[in-house]
Design a protein around this ligand. Sequence first.
Ligand SMILES: [Mg+2]
Ligand SMILES: [Zn+2]
Length: 172
Amino acid sequence: MPKNEGPGKGNVLKAVFLDRDGVINRNIDKGYVTEWRLFEFLPDSLEALAHIKKKGLLAVLITNQSCINRNLVPKENVDDIHKCMLAEIERAGGKLDAVYMCPHRPDEGCACRKPRAELLERAMRDFKLSPDEVLFVGDHERDRGAAEAAHCRYDQVSERRSLFEITKEWLD
Ligand SMILES: [Mg+2]
Ligand SMILES: [Zn+2]
C-alpha cells in the first residue's frame, strides 16, 4: 500500500479536524443546538477525543453554525455551549485544541462556510500543518467537499461507524 493512504497510516497524521453536529454530538432533527441542554454527546465521541489526545494528535473543531446569522441563537450562547463542551471533553480525558466556526448563512456567500476550504486552511496555517497531516472527520457531503477543497484526508461518521471506530482505524 502506498505510504500515507487510508486508515492505519496514523504515523503521518498530526491532527484530526472534526465537524461538530453529527460527529461529536447528536444532530437535532431540522433544528439547531441552541442551548447546552440540547447538546447530547454521541456514544463513544468522548472516548474518541481522549484517544486522539493519547495518541498525541491535535483535535480541532471545524463547524458551520449558520444558526447565529439566522438570528436563531446569539453567538454568546454558542460560545457558552462550546465552553461546556470543552469542559466535558477535558473531564473525559480529551482535548479540543481550537474551535473554528462559520456563523454565516448560505446566502451570504462567505468564504468560510463548508464545503469551502477556508476554515480548514486557517487551522492548518495556525498549527503549521500540511494537508496530508490532517484527517477531517465529518458526517455530511459538505464536510467531504471541504476536505477535498483543502486536500486533507477525509472519513465520515455514519450510523454504522462512530468517531471512535474511525479514530482507532486511522491512529492505531
Ligand atoms: Mg455535521
Ligand atoms: Zn462563513
